[in-house]
Write a protein that binds this ligand. Sequence first.
Ligand code: ATP
Length: 334
Amino acid sequence: MTLPLPLRPSRHSPKVNPSPTITLDAQHLKKSYGRGKGRFEAVRDVSLRIGAGEVLAFLGPNGAGKTTTIKMIGGLVRPDGGQVSIDGLDPHRQSMALKRVGAVLEGNRNLYWRLTPLENIEYFGGLRQVPRRVARQRGEQLLEQFGLSDKHKTPVQKLSRGMQQKLAIAVALVHQPTLLLLDEPTLGLDVEASETVKTLVRDIAAAGCAILLTTHQLDVAEELSDRVAIIRQGQIIAEQSTHELIQQFSGSAYRIDCGQSIDPQRAGKIMDLGGTVVDNQVHFSSDALYELLDILRPLPIKEIRQDRADLTDVFLSLIRDGDQAPIRDLKQES
Ligand code: ATP
């Protein structure tokens, strides 16, 4: 799929090159609400960077400060402190910066329900100073790429929720942003529509767009993100490559499935090594792997699996134990 995104060419995969061109650079953002004794620090000191073509999952429990941070990045809320730079432009001082940003925010799908998909794209393109002819051309292309061409004359209110979501993303791309703020892209969608939207998100990133993804659906975050930043009580408590963070929290234990019951003699030897036997399965720590395989020889081995954490395990562990020093990817700080 080729998206009509004339972004800076992404000459490399962000997964391979750890230092892509930086699209978003937000440093030391702070925001308090209220005054005097009622003053509340919603965002205390948040720094985020996203490279071209990279997906950063920005995660945190309710009230952690995600929306406030995103609004500061998108120029909607003025920070009390810190700076935001999008392609080197400050959205709070240089309105040109806002042309680099597309947003699909939950609760505000940015669509007019009585208008058709193409009319919506043209209208919102106009708000972003995209000439009508160009918006129409890009709109037709986006609708085709998003599988909505046959609905181009259907009012939005008659589209399914998945179609509306795809259209909301298409609308956010009409001015060809380099940074896409994406909130809960698959919430409430059925399995098939979720998969389609996830594929679109990957395609958009592959075309070079930096994506700031917020979601409480941690499986979606795990699937889509290159990096994760976790915020708790207005502060980042972890920021690292998704893969490395999960690795770090994954155990060093193995599970072997023998596909047949293990005789008491072998079970005894396994227990002497600190392993446990449950039905056809052996659970043990990795340093005993080869000794265990010797004990099991010549039984058939159906599967050997390493216990692996998922992003939900990581998230819960960090949120519950968030007083520790932040986990950071030092590569990102250079
Ligand atoms: P959620 O996941 O529930 O959407 P969030 O991480 O997006 O939460 P924010 O919406 O940024 O969190 O809110 C952070 C804190 O700031 C919350 O305690 C919230 O009540 C407070 N807050 C947000 N907006 C305002 C406002 N306009 N006035 C006062 N307090 C606010």
